[in-house]
Design a protein around this ligand. Sequence first.
Ligand code: SME
Length: 150
Amino acid sequence: MTDYDALAARIRALTEGETDEVALMATLACEIHQSDDRFDWTGFYRVVAPELLKIGPYQGGHGCLVIPFSRGVCGAAARTGQVQLVPDVDAFPGHIACASSTRSEIVLPFWGKDGRLIGVLDIDSDQPDAFTDEDAARLAAILEEVFAHV
Ligand code: SME
């Protein structure tokens, strides 16, 4: 299990005073990815136009470049504003498989100041049912702390 206290402290130290979204995403993708062996793909999709996500900084194999809000787990998170905690990606209607090895996934939307949806954080695991409510809560808290003032 991830040591979220240590991860949050490391991210806080590395991102202090930074407001550039790409730099923040790159740092979080790196640190989150390396924090837990469950995380086989860790990255961001950014809102680049109404109802459209485009890939941002990530760690792991190649990810698809563009996702409309109408598709996939990432689109569902962006569309609903709700965390998507998917224990079995094969059971999620419209799941977009960037890697055939992916078994479970968590996707969290996040916002900047003025309530602007910046994008989603997507983490894939090759392990089934890999993510928990604690992952969702702790990752959401990290995203809020880093991006709420951006
Ligand atoms: N699985 C995501 C697509 C992104 S790849 O996993 C990196 C989805 O269904 O939206």
